[in-house]
Design a protein around this ligand. Structure first.
Ligand code: ATP
Ligand code: MG
Length: 253
């Protein structure tokens, strides 16, 4: 086979990882006088790497995660009361197989969403199916879908290995409809022993009121707390720090 025919065959066989590196590997083999098995194993590895990153990319897109946050870029010295050790414990992802649900509560701008997203991103890279959305967006997406789409969405949300419900009650109390969808998600995931991370700047004792005060609201809180890990965030808002830095920069110009 000529090179062009090999490339065509690789395309037909859907071996895009090998196709992308073939020329380089041939050159490497010639110049380095590598034996067949060495070059062949590099090509197989290239294919595996390509597949790994494309499934990871697919899982990332499916998750709804809007940014790739990490623990590295987090300044742990800024708010010393942020629960550092329990957060690192969550980053091991053991809580997912244990079916535990971290609840991150506390003051605005202290890094709850940042760290929850970083954990979600780590879970995606480790092969877990993750859904990570702002609470209102996630619930509204289900509420406004037609029956078929709604069923499909609910199945995805209930079956995911990890669901992150970010910024719960950020703007206001949930409407009855959204509250019921949330309760259904939590209830079903609880029954299946699936993990759910919730972040919110509203204290837990306010939740029943924000959920609409129904008996179901206290049932939801009960389920969450039963297999929950409560993490409390105290401190100054990093947003204000960033805003102050921007103002200072503008002033000095
Ligand atoms: N200690 C920190 N180091 C670096 N960046 C931080 C830190 N804390 C927060 N941030 C950044 O500040 C911004 C606000 O943080 P984040 O959204 O995580 O806060 P939050 O606790 O979820 O607040 P809210 O309750 O308002 O939702 C984000 O861009 C985040 O990356
Ligand atoms: Mg937040």
């Amino acid at each position: 086979m000529k090179m062009i025919e090999i490339e065509r065959a690789l395309k037909q066989l859907r071996l895009s990882g090998i196709r992308a590196t073939l020329e380089t590997r041939v050159l490497e083999s010639k110049t380095g006088k590598l034996d067949f098995m060495e070059t062949f194993s590099s090509l197989i590895q290239d294919e595996l790497d390509r597949r790994q990153s494309s499934t990871e990319e697919r899982r990332f897109k499916l998750s709804g995660l809007d940014e790739r946050k990490s623990f590295d870029e987090f300044d742990w010295g800024f708010n010393p009361k942020v629960p550092k050790k329990p957060c690192f414990e969550l980053l091991t992802l053991k809580f997912i197989s244990e079916g535990l649900s971290p609840i991150m509560i506390g003051s605005p701008g202290t890094g709850k969403s940042h760290l929850a997203k970083a954990i979600a991103y780590k879970a995606i890279r480790d092969g877990f199916v993750v859904i990570c959305n702002e609470a209102e967006d996630l619930l509204a997406k289900v509420a406004t879908a037609n029956d078929v789409v709604r069923k499909k969405l609910m199945k995805q949300i209930i079956e995911a290995d990890l669901v992150v419900i970010d910024d719960l009650f950020l703007h206001r109390k949930l409407s009855d409809e959204l509250s019921q969808i949330l309760q259904s998600i939590i209830h079903k995931r609880y029954k299946r022993r699936q993990s759910t991370i919730i972040t919110s700047n509203r204290i837990i004792s306010d939740w029943e009121k924000l959920l609409g005060d129904s008996p179901m609201a206290s049932a939801l809180k009960d389920r969450l707390m039963h297999r929950g890990i409560l993490l409390e965030f105290e401190g100054r808002s990093y947003r204000l720090k960033e805003a102050a830095a921007r103002l200072a920069k503008a002033d000095s110009k």
